[in-house]
Design a protein around this ligand. Sequence first.
Ligand code: GDP
Length: 429
Amino acid sequence: MPPQGSCTVIVGCQWGDEGKGKIVDVLAEDVDIVARYQGGANAGHTVHVGEDEFILHQIPSGVLHAGKRCLLGNGVVLDIRQFFDEYDALLDRGIDLDGRVGVSRRAQLLLPYHRLLDKAVESAAATKIGTTGRGIGPAYEDKAGRRGLRVADLGNPERLHKRIAAAQERVTRRLEQLGSGATGALDVAMEEALSLGERLLSIATDTGQEITAALKAGKRVLLEGAQGTALDLDHGTYPFVTSSNTTAASAATGTGIGPTSIDAVVGVVKAYTTRVGEGPLPTAFEPEMDEHVRALGGEFGATTGRPRRCGWFDSVLARHAAQVNGLTGIAVTKLDVLDTLSTLEIATAYRMPDGSITEDFPADTWSLSGVEPIYETLPGWEAPTGDVRRLEDLPANARGYLDRIEELSGAPVQWVSVGTKRRQIIPVG
Ligand code: GDP
């Protein structure tokens, strides 16, 4: 038998910002390749290494471990300019990237006109989604509309310029319709982006082939999702979602491997719930508690700096995430943020607007804003957990809280994170 590697997906189980970057950073130590499978520069992973803080938008968090290969799969929308700003910033901070970063030739290009469109569409929309304004939605629309440009197109300048001219004409018309004449510096921005085309082609690869070959050679691979399950285009709180499939099955499509190559799916859940952008948050705290936990957890967006709304742990959503992603395990993050609370609530079910009770996450997003969560109250542990490294050393009430998360979610807790630092992690079992 040839050696067989292993392939693990890391997926967010709430509305994003669960701390996936930290978990990927911890697990990356033992793998050979880390690949992103969807999203774009709207994701923002914050990773602390020693005293240094790194905010990564497009390059996988695995890049902070020397020698690991980091890939961006075909499922991502790649903002070339932003990508190289991030790449060069890592080089400036002394990270050796030689031969370490690869980009799928099939990845879609996110171009400056997508950003213009994103802002114009959002400001004209009757129902605001709360997008990051980074052009992600319009880039995925172009992909589905078969008008998009891919990394491979950069290799044929004649065809590229023809398609870009057509795109710019389309965009100008659309911006006019939206009442936005903001095409100002578009030509300059396009030139800047395309001038980086050769550089991007020099690191282009076939991510599916590369990962499949690595697995056959016995190597270990992590596939890293952006955002979270409740923001998935199909399984999230549509229309308040992102424009790609964030969930685990998309890790195969978004990198070019077969679903049978995936061995494990680790879902990252925060020990409470947060949401940035518009849309319902059933377990939202009352204003005073909201502000308190936001301050304790530093809940401000890594990409936009927007304050995140905070709430109690929602096991209805966690069960939905366990099912949709086929979770084989859970990583619970930010347990330490709850250290000072005297009691904690976990939502076990929802009372729907018509009075019925459900334990399942409703498909009708609009009904979610009228649900009343049914809570179970648990005692807090009121002791610091940041220095704990073994499960048995956690206060009994903290273990009780984790046990309840595990029972209600239906997937075993495999990791508990108790701080921002790499070493602040408790492996379970
Ligand atoms: P991601 O997009 O899912 O990677 O999440 P973000 O990076 O947007 O948000 C996670 C934030 O929480 C970052 O600032 C992390 O440093 C921080 N973080 C991650 N795990 C923990 C933890 O266990 N405890 C605390 N206090 N902070 C954490």
